[in-house]
Design a protein around this ligand. Structure first.
Ligand code: GRF
Length: 202
């Protein structure tokens, strides 16, 4: 099967780097056809260029509507025969134009044990909630924010004295293991453990 990835970023790009490294180590059998950033100042762009990847900056501000922007993304992704789109710190809500163009073929990583703490500031949400653990989730993207079927999750304990930043840092280490593993799982045709893929409800 086609194991071509398109990776969308907006910032630091540490998950992008984890995916690049996993491919290099041959822990992940995939090929990155394109990295797209919606921000010209995203630090992750350096990882993409450093790895010799096709790297595009497509700024959303040049597009009057979310749908028009997403159409531009779909065009670039399809042009390169991308089979799986990986959101890696991509800070944009997706319109149905993008979600429907890649049904069950868009992954996202979120720093909480979804369905707990979706949306912004999930680490602070966990602390405010008095949670004893949080974690990371890789899930399939559907039209609802942070709500699609879960591919893999991993828990991270909340420790005394944690701030949103220290918790985020520990969760991030787990994310870097989890995302490549989840991508491999989806490319291998498996969903969440014991479930068929793609999920029937989608
Ligand atoms: C990660 O915590 C990810 O879970 C969330 O955004 C952050 C992106 O970090 N969606 P990076 O850009 O991959 O370093």
């Amino acid at each position: 099967m086609n194991r071509t990835l398109g990776i969308l970023i907006s910032g630091r790009g540490s998950n992008l780097k984890a995916i690049i490294d996993a491919i290099k180590r041959r822990d992940l059998d995939a090929r990155i056809a394109v990295v797209i950033s919606n921000r010209a100042d995203a630090r992750g762009i350096d990882h993409a260029i450093g790895a010799g990847l096709v790297t595009l900056i497509i700024g959303h501000k040049a597009y009057p509507t979310r749908e028009q922007y997403d159409r531009a993304l779909v065009y670039e992704l399809r042009k390169r025969d991308v089979a799986l789109v990986c959101l890696a710190g991509f800070m944009r809500l997706l319109s149905p134009v993008l979600v429907d163009a890649f049904p069950n073929r868009i992954l996202n990583i979120h720093p909480s044990l979804l369905p707990k703490y979706p949306g912004l500031h999930p680490q602070q949400q966990a602390l405010d909630d008095g949670a004893t653990e949080s974690g990371a989730t890789v899930h399939i993207v559907n039209k609802d924010l942070d709500a699609g079927p879960i591919v893999l999750q991993s828990a991270v304990p909340v420790v005394a004295g944690d701030t949103a930043d220290t918790l985020a840092e520990r969760i991030l280490e787990v994310e870097h293991q989890l995302y490549p593993e989840a991508i491999q799982r989806v490319l291998d045709g498996a969903g969440a453990a014991g479930r068929s893929w793609p999920p029937r409800s989608q």
